[in-house]
Design a protein around this ligand. Structure first.
Ligand code: FAD
Length: 426
């Protein structure tokens, strides 16, 4: 952190003690024009923040959203695309309505750097965008070295498909082209990672596809963990729908991954070498590179924030949301990012426009589809505690539930998907 940034940080701490100070200073500074909020990343966090800031400030804030892709493919429901329940087009969303109906300046470009002293974001195209407040929501990036032998190049042969779009389509095409009786090997990620039940929903969807198209195929999960989200529910579902097809091997059985060879299609562990016909390697994850490069992350690789406002503890002019932030008890999910974005948007409006701010309430539910009409869920509500976003109560589907309830749970997830994407993109 530079000396000037340190001073900003110290000023920010003062502001927490006496909230009016920053608002007063802010209004004076913005007297010549509308305050500028720049948002890096148009995903579950960033798109929601843009829409809520625009909707609730009614033109009083100049909002710029920087996002390189013109179509955002949701990771949520990307497993259902792999399973054949959704089309690729149905998980793609455009930013057109945010621009046309909400007046958001949508800039399709990469943010390449954040100058925290000048309060400017540098763009790949060469321009710079000034901000009064910055929202950083770039999602995750991968620690490729966490799986020896894996790399960005290797992901072309052994896709992670943990960012949706071309990677997801590549994985699906490999599964469809797999030889009869072949083996799909997943290298699951270590904690923390986006969407805790996601790898196991993916396995369910791959099994669902293979059960009809390639029933003698096998699925092996090489897991660096000893347990996983909704484990009892998935295990029960796999036994019921895909008996004998899925083998889950935790760290205590496989040891560490020693090497992957993308050309040979092999994955070597401490005790064995697995030959994959399709390999799906999901490495360890960190906050998006742009956030780490700007000095917003700590040693964990993720960005510490103040629980009620998502304001970075490293820089009072910046809010970090979604997968990149350290959200206490909240898992890294699209639902969480959407919920956090609303709290951050409220805090920014309070800060810049003296709008009223209320104690935020956060919530999350992660639905997973195990087989046709067999949906399960886990979820919780949270509030901003002193040091972290803290869970207040939670719920989870139970093993042995009847088919009607599972179908209702799946249908609930369809409603959620329609709702959250409308909430993000208008
Ligand atoms: P993202 O949604 O990834 O958005 C980040 C955006 O930032 C991207 O569009 C990216 O292009 C952009 N960006 C990155 N760097 C830059 C830069 N330098 N300049 C400009 N833009 C940049 N969550 C759920 O709630 N429910 C589910 O059912 C669910 N299922 C999932 C299934 C899978 C297979 C996976 C992988 C994830 C799933 N998730 C689910 C998790 C969810 O997708 C993420 O937690 C969520 O997208 C996080 O939102 P975000 O805004 O932090 O990041």
């Amino acid at each position: 952190m530079t000396g000037i940034s340190r001073r900003h940080f110290t000023q920010g701490l003062g502001v927490v003690a006496g909230a009016g100070v920053l608002a007063g200073r802010g209004r004076a500074a913005f007297a010549q024009g509308r305050p500028k909020v720049v948002i890096i990343g148009g995903g579950a966090g960033g798109a929601t923040a843009a829409r809520y800031l625009a909707k609730d400030s009614e033109g009083a804030i100049d909002i710029t959203l920087i996002e390189p892709t013109k179509t955002y493919y949701t990771c949520f429901f990307s497993n259902l695309y792999i399973g054949g329940f959704r089309s690729f087009e149905s998980i793609g969303h455009s930013y057109a309505t945010l621009a046309s109906d909400y007046g958001v300046n949508v800039v399709h470009d990469w943010a390449t750097g954040i100058d925290r002293d000048a309060k400017e974001v540098a763009l790949a195209s060469g321009g710079r965008v000034a901000y009064d407040r910055l929202v950083v929501a770039p999602g995750i990036d991968f620690d490729y070295d966490s799986v020896p032998g894996y790399s960005i190049e290797a992901s072309g042969l052994m896709p992670h498909a943990w960012k949706a779009g071309t990677q997801t389509a590549l994985l699906k095409s490999k599964i469809e082209a797999m030889r009869e009786g072949g083996t799909y090997v997943m290298v699951a990620p270590p904690n923390p990672y986006r969407c805790p039940p996601g790898p196991y929903e993916r396995v369910s969807m791959v099994a669902h596809h293979l059960k009809s198209s390639n029933p003698s195929a096998k699925i092996v999960i090489l897991d660096p963990k000893e347990a996983f989200s909704k484990q009892a529910l998935f295990m029960e579902g796999w036994e019921k729908h895909y008996p004998g097809m899925i083998e889950w091997l935790p760290k205590s059985i496989i040891g560490d991954i020693k090497n992957v060879d993308a050309r040979a299609g092999t994955i070597e562990t401490d005790f064995d070498t697995f030959k994959a016909d399709v390999a799906n390697v999901i490495p360890a994850q960190t906050a998006g590179t742009i956030a780490r490069d700007a000095g917003l992350a700590n040693d964990s690789g993720y960005c510490p924030i103040e629980p009620a406002t998502l304001r970075s503890t490293m820089d009072a002019a910046i809010h970090v949301l979604g997968d990149s932030c350290i959200a206490g008890d909240m898992p890294k999910s699209g639902f969480s990012a959407n919920s956090q974005a609303k709290a951050a948007a409220m805090a920014i409006r309070a800060d810049l426009l003296d709008a009223k701010a209320f104690p935020p309430r956060f919530s999350n539910t992660c639905w997973s589809l195990i087989s046709t009409d067999n949906g399960v869920k886990v979820g919780a509500r949270y509030e901003a505690g002193e040091d972290k976003i803290a869970k207040t109560d939670g719920f989870i589907s139970q093993t042995g539930e009847d088919a009607e309830l599972r179908k209702a749970t799946y249908e609930e997830s369809l409603g959620w998907y329609a709702g959250i994407t409308a909430d993000m993109f208008g």
